[in-house]
Ligand binder design. Structure first.
Ligand code: ADP
Ligand code: ADP
Length: 221
């Protein structure tokens, strides 16, 4: 059976952290469009240069570029049973494109987990976020510190602070989320796919809540 789960929510709410947990639970790939853009930026290729010109300002990368990139990612063999989508879709146009794409694969979005937290928590979480260069694992200097400062527990690579996690860019990203991404709350509510998860609790408590939602919603979850 094909399973597709979308993680929706503002920047810093914990989508990446919980996606890794769900991917592990369900043995599905974690697809983060932000991580794929950052990998292309690191390589210095054309897609990376284009994406960087938007990401550095906290703006969304244009839909056509992002949709084409996701379509390509879905052709890889690890996606044969579905995927956990983190940070995609981020606009109604992307959600429409996703529906068409999944139709063509014989699947559909099974569940949208909408994670919420107040703006002051988002700012605090992003200000202390440390991201791993190799695979995008995330830590927090207070809420989820690595065992050794500056080193990823999982793959030993260097941890860095993302440029777009600086306070001025964060406020812009939260605004863009409200204007361009928040309409997806209604979009997926109308389709009866949305479940809201309170993201204010600890990482473990949020994971436990998500686990109970998966049990209810997915037949074999
Ligand atoms: P997103 O992918 O939504 O931007 P992340 O998963 O990268 O969010 O989390 C943002 C930061 O907040 C990271 O540093 C992460 O370790 C931390 N974090 C995630 N979930 C929680 C939580 N429930 N409580 C406290 N900190 C959290
Ligand atoms: P966060 O962890 O804060 O939610 P991401 O790592 O998901 O951030 O995304 C970082 C940046 O990459 C976004 O601010 C945006 O510029 C770009 N991006 C990621 N996903 C998308 C998308 N689906 N559509 C457009 N831009 C995207």
């Amino acid at each position: 059976m094909l399973t597709y789960i979308v993680l929706l929510g503002p920047p810093g709410v914990g989508k990446g952290t919980q996606s890794k947990f769900i991917a592990n639970e369900l043995n599905l790939p974690h697809i983060s469009t932000g991580d794929i853009f950052r990998a292309n930026i690191k390589q210095g290729n054309e897609l990376g240069k284009l994406a960087d010109s938007f990401i550095s300002k906290g703006q969304l990368v244009p839909d056509d570029v992002t949709i084409a990139m996701l379509r390509e990612r879905f052709t890889q063999p690890d996606c044969k049973n579905g995927a956990i989508l983190d940070g995609f879709p981020r606009t109604p146009a992307q959600a429409d494109a996703l529906e068409l794409l999944l139709n063509s694969l014989g699947g559909r979005v099974n569940l949208v987990l909408f994670i919420t937290a107040p703006a002051e928590s988002l700012i605090e979480r992003l200000a202390g976020r440390w991201t791993c260069r190799a695979q995008g694992h995330v830590f927090h200097e207070r809420f989820n510190p690595p065992k050794v400062k500056g080193i990823c527990d999982i793959d030993g690579s260097e941890l860095y602070q993302r440029d777009d996690d600086k306070a001025e860019t964060v406020l812009n990203r939260i605004e863009i989320y409200k204007n361009q991404t928040a309409p997806l709350i209604q979009y997926y509510t109308e389709r009866k796919l949305l479940t809201e998860v309170n993201g204010i609790e600890s990482i473990e408590a949020v994971s436990a809540e998500i686990k109970s939602v998966l049990k209810k919603v997915l037949p074999s979850g």
